[in-house]
Design a protein around this ligand. Structure first.
Ligand SMILES: Cc1cc2nc3c(=O)[nH]c(=O)nc-3n(C[C@H](O)[C@H](O)[C@H](O)COP(=O)(O)OP(=O)(O)OC[C@H]3O[C@@H](n4cnc5c(N)ncnc54)[C@H](O)[C@@H]3O)c2cc1C
Length: 315
């Protein structure tokens, strides 16, 4: 069976949700091998979770200073592994880091690259293009294929395995260096791109203070809060929570849009959500076109009722 390399996303050895998604998706193409890049000791901390996620093999590329560079350590590790192991594909998450590494890797190895993949099979990939307004079925014709998979489109299917570990040596990383890291204050809410419920507010929310209502609904549902660009540009909510073409891409089980019209740049970041609920006082708002459930109404009337009803069910 062909080997498929999966670049693991982790925080100091703790797997991000995308890693389990990638390992599940990779099984459609062949035997998934996880590639862990990081500071010495990091692979040991990730090993159990990688076994649970179904990695057949784990390649450890540990080197001092790996966390202080942007992508060069991962790029070097993947380049070396492709040369040594001749995998049929390399799979990365469609995140800022994943996109950066995938593009550079494909150029370096003259491999075909498909980005923002939402479905992957042995026959090819379906990808979202033109800000998600069009889906394209595509196939790579070079011997090596590089894919970036949109987070959230694959439900992780754990498959217990006992992966063997192989250490690989890479040179001390160079290139652009991270000089400072600032931890984003996140509170108790789940990370936006990994949350199974996202409640987003748009210009219709009206003010920063009013976003408390959006937050309350998110908290009742155990979800994350998102925002449209009009809301973030308008100073109502922090830019780190912007959903869309120039913000984050989310694919939760449930996406509730409050006071968001549905511009293509917003849709591109949320349209692969499993269930979309739209609350808007304008019945012609374009986002209703992709809604599974729509409520035509004033969000200041609808949200308090929804929150009260959900709280009543929880008691
Ligand atoms: C290059 C580029 C990149 C962009 N990237 C992004 C991006 O990443 N993410 C993004 O979101 N946008 C992005 N945009 C902006 C995008 O085009 C839209 O301008 C933006 O999404 C609009 O945000 P909105 O829906 O909140 O505001 P509006 O379009 O103004 O819609 C507000 C909605 O709220 C409704 N409303 C008002 N009051 C209430 C109420 N009381 N109750 C219920 N409903 C109410 C209105 O009926 C309306 O439909 C980008 C634009 C460009 C050009």
């Amino acid at each position: 069976m062909a080997e498929v390399l999966v670049l693991v996303e982790h925080a100091d050895g703790e797997l991000r949700k995308t890693s389990a998604e990638l390992l599940t998706a990779a099984r459609a193409l062949g035997e998934p091998s996880a590639v862990v890049v990081g500071e010495p000791g990091v692979t040991e901390r990730a090993l159990v979770a990688l076994g649970e996620a179904g990695a057949s093999k784990v390649y450890a590329a540990e080197v001092d200073g790996a966390d202080a560079v942007l992508s060069s350590a991962a790029l070097d590790a993947l380049t070396k592994l492709v040369a040594e192991k001749s995998p049929s594909a390399v799979l990365l998450a469609h995140t800022a880091d994943g996109k950066d590494i995938a593009g550079r890797l494909a150029v370096r190895l003259e491999a075909g690259l498909l980005t923002d993949v939402v479905e992957l099979s042995a026959e090819g990939a379906r990808q979202a293009v033109f800000a998600g307004s069009v889906f394209v079925d595509a196939k790579v014709r070079t011997p090596l294929a590089v894919y970036t998979l949109r987070p959230g489109v694959v439900e992780p299917e754990p498959q217990q395995s006992s992966p063997s570990r192989e250490d690989i040596t890479i040179a001390a990383p160079n290139g652009a260096r991270v000089v400072e890291r600032v931890v984003e204050p996140r509170g108790a809410r789940p990370e936006l791109t990994e949350a199974s419920v996202v409640v987003s507010g748009g210009r219709g929310v009206g003010s920063a203070d009013n976003f408390a209502l959006v937050e309350e609904l998110a908290d009742v549902l155990g979800g994350a809060v998102g925002a449209s660009r009009a809301a973030t540009d308008g100073g109502m909510y922090s830019h780190q929570f912007q959903v869309g073409q120039t913000g984050k891409t989310v694919s939760p089980q449930l996406y509730i849009a409050c006071g968001i019209s549905g511009a293509i740049q917003h849709r591109s970041g949320m349209q692969t959500a499993r269930t979309i609920v739209v609350i808007n006082k304008d019945a012609d708002a374009p986002l209703f076109e992709i809604a599974d459930f729509g409520i035509v109404g004033d969000l200041f009337t609808v949200l308090p009722q929804a929150i009260a009803a959900l709280k009543a069910r929880q008691n």
